[in-house]
Write a protein that binds this ligand. Sequence first.
Ligand SMILES: [Zn+2]
Length: 292
Amino acid sequence: MLALGASVVGAQEAHCSVKPSAIALGQTVRLRCDVEVGSARMDLDPSGKMGGLSSVRGVRMFKEADGVWEGLMPVAVMDAPGDRVVQFQSADGAIPESVKLTLKKTIFPTQNVTLAPSIEALHSTPDEMKTLVTFRDAVSDVKYWEEPLVAPLPGCVISPFGVARLHNGKPTGEFHGGIDQRGALGTPIHAAAAGVVKIVQPFNVLGGTVAIDHGQGLETMYLHMSKLNVAVGDHVAKGDVIGYVGATGRANGPHLHWVVYVNGVPQNPQQWVTGLKACGAGATAKAAKKKS
Ligand SMILES: [Zn+2]
């Protein structure tokens, strides 16, 4: 045994992995095991610093076509940075493996949004909240999605994920749970991946909304649409037109706000879709300089 020194510790073979092993807040960690594993969980407060409000985030693992068990562990914007352990659990309750994961400190900027008083006053009804929570928390068995997802619009990103939001200069205590993309009124909006349509409804705050379950913990939602092009129960393919850009609900102009949920936690869509560009902050700065 040439590699005796290296192989003495942890003689047990590793079956599970987390990728990447260090990740920014608001992003998804890929879990993989080459043995049967039913679920995985992460302690959200291992240090007890959050005042004993310790809780655990659990996700299901699924056997994929290649025989490997996969799962998606979401890291929330509000999670405390630091070292965590992801514990994999087999169906019989045994814990075959624990893998270290580091949540990196992540800076999210602040952004003010100007809204007309009548628009700012819009609120969700209890029924609307119930519909949204039911959708968000559902995890279905069939995997319809494949990577990469496609951007629902070609337009640039007006407002990124995770920014702390102010409305008319007042802090809302909320962060931006999706991204806003520029789009002219009536521009077609495409499904980011294949899936089953779960919500097609006008909401007070969200406006014309379509929500799609892509399976195995991945969901997307599209807001403020002017026209909705699908019905609840429809199976859509990646790229299908599901609606059109609008300014319905709490919106200060036509744009698409869309959301990626991973096991019920809003995640940065820019991790899931490539090629999205920020709307010319550089151009604006240049124009301002010219003026002055
Ligand atoms: Zn938005």
